[in-house]
Design a protein. Sequence first.
Length: 308
Amino acid sequence: MPPKRLIAGLCGLFLASACATPEPATPPSPTTAGDEALTASEALGEYPSLDYCSLVDQRKVIGGGNAVKPPLSSFDSCRLEFVEGANRYTVTTGPITSGQDPNNRPYEYAGPLPEGVSVQQSTFNEETTCTRLLTFADGIRLAIAVTSDDKAPADQLDRCRVADAAVGGAAEVITARKVGRLNLDQRSWGRVAPCAPLDQHELDAAAGPETKPAPALSGHNCIRGKVSFSLSVVADTTPGATEALGGRQVQVTTSGAFCQVTTHRPIPGTPDRVEQATLSVVGVDGAPEDATCTAAREVAVAVFPKLP
C-alpha cells in the first residue's frame, strides 16, 4: 500500500475535489424520473412483454362514466370502452412507434410528466379522433387515441378531455415504476417472434426474393415485402366461412388490394377472447383478387404450422 505521504503528494497535484471523501449518493425521488431524461426502454421495460393495460388508470379515464366491459389487453395495445351520458367512448392505449410522422404536432400538456417526456398530438382524423402521443427522450412514442359513437366535431372537446386524462394516468404509472408485464401461458402466440416464420425461402415468391423481415417496435408484428404477419388478442366472435390451411381453420377475406388470412387460438381461462394470427398479402397494381389470395393461402400453409 502506498505511504500516506505519497498519497498526499499525489492529491496535491490535482484538484482537491479529486481526493475528497465522496458524499453518499442521493437516490432519485420515487415520484420523479430523476435528473436524466427518461427513455422508452427505461420507462416501459422489454416491449414484447409490456402490458399496455397496466398504463391505463380506469378511474381517471372513465371519470363519471361506466365501463362497458373489462379492458381488452392485446399484445401491443389496450382497449377500454365506457359510456358517459348518451355517448360511448373507446380509449386505445398503444402501440409504441418511432420515426418521423408529418401528422404529429407539439401539444402543451398541463399535467406533470417524467423528466424528458413530452406530449404530442396527431392531426390524423382529428375531427373524429383525439390522439395524444406520450413521447420519450429517445423519440419513441406511446399512442393514446380516443373515439366515440358520436362522431360530431363538437364532441372533440370531450374526446380530448378523456385523452388527456389517459395521458395523466399513464404518466403517473410510469413515474411510480408500476408498469406491468403480460402474463402469457407457455403456448401463447404472444411469445412468438413474428419475423421468424417469415424468414424462409418458401415465401420468396409472395414477399419478393430480395426482401427481408422487418419487425415492428412492439415485437408482435413483422413485414417482409408484400407480406405482413401480426399477432394480437381479439374478442371471440362467431366465425364466418372457414377453410383448412396449414393445419388450422382459417378465414380468408379481402380489403382493397389486400388479402388476409386469419386463424385463432383459445386463451385458457378467458372464454370471451382469443389470440389471433393475421397474414396479409398486398397485390401489385392490376393484379386480380384471386391471384393475391392464392399467394396469401400459400403463405399461410408455410407460416401457420410454425405457431405453437
